[in-house]
Design a binder for this molecule. Sequence first.
Ligand SMILES: NC(=O)c1ccc[n+]([C@@H]2O[C@H](COP(=O)([O-])OP(=O)(O)OC[C@H]3O[C@@H](n4cnc5c(N)ncnc54)[C@H](OP(=O)(O)O)[C@@H]3O)[C@@H](O)[C@H]2O)c1
Length: 331
Amino acid sequence: MTDFAAVLLDRDGDGRTEARFGRLVEADLMDGNVTLAVRASAVNFKDGLAVTGRLPVVRRWPMVPGVDVAATVTGSDDPRWQPGDEVILTGWGIGETHLGGWSEKMRVSGDWLVRRPATLSPVEAMALGTAGLTVAEGLDRLHRLGLTPADGPVVVTGAAGGVGSLAVMLLAQEGWSVTAVTGRPEETERLQRLGATEVIGREPFAGAVKPLARERWAAALDTVGSAMLAHVLSMLKPGGVAIACGNAAGMDLPASVAPFILRGVSLVGVDSVRIPTARREEIWNRLADSVDRHRLAAMTRVIGLPDAIDAARRIVDGGIAGRTVVAVRDL
Ligand SMILES: NC(=O)c1ccc[n+]([C@@H]2O[C@H](COP(=O)([O-])OP(=O)(O)OC[C@H]3O[C@@H](n4cnc5c(N)ncnc54)[C@H](OP(=O)(O)O)[C@@H]3O)[C@@H](O)[C@H]2O)c1
């Protein structure tokens, strides 16, 4: 039986996570009715949490991280999928409960797969990945609640990160005036090139959270959580909407109810892991039609599989800017 390359996570005797570049055989793959030759994956914050063990996202050992996958179908017992089909898989527990995409091969459920739009390369699909799906779902929530760029500016927190950079780009593309919040002033020019109207530091979001602060934005896309999101809520205009999609600063939310009951603010969550397949197909086709490929390429770095472990360790400390694609095979 031929073996293949993968990043493996295991626990040492003290329960600490150990990550290494290793090899698996097909018998190691998990249950599923479709086998995949993985072409590319990505480095997401959740992969960083898995590799470092900082939060218990891994619930099966050993594990292969990688919550994003662009792959070619190599075998299928599912009538919807044939060898040679080009697919995208994000979420559904891969890299958490099911072996993930930092591996040359996978076996998965055909229910989890979406056809990769022909106009998106594997690198472009993974540059978007879970992050792009999350932002697109967040934008749909804003639309469904009736918010448009005419309502006022939008703020994006954690703007230099993967989700944040994509949010700046996709919101600006829709005509929003975007305030990008970043702790990395050196990223200002890049964020402006992605379409940010204004780039500010984290200072306005420091200190005690007031129940209500000066009204600044009609909408927010928050990737940071914790006190940052609480401050953002206190600064939304009446009727404003905050999309909560991240926890880069923590899982807590030290907020008051004042923005909700005195300004009619809404807080809306996005969970990209369980977005139904039909919606995913719709989102991927829309992203393929609309995304600005030059800006996407400018925010994307491509690394090899052996370098993914180091990138995952850096992402949880805010050390990665934009999106990082992992070339699992030669692309
Ligand atoms: N809901 C979902 O389905 C979903 C999907 C994808 C990702 N996420 C979540 O979204 C978040 C971002 O993911 P990502 O892959 O974009 O990670 P990332 O590239 O590391 O971006 C996170 C950004 O947050 C900012 N940040 C980090 N620590 C902070 C702190 N203590 N205080 C304030 N800002 C801080 C940094 O931005 P600056 O350097 O610009 O300040 C950092 O670049 C993560 O929490 C991830 O789990 C959720």
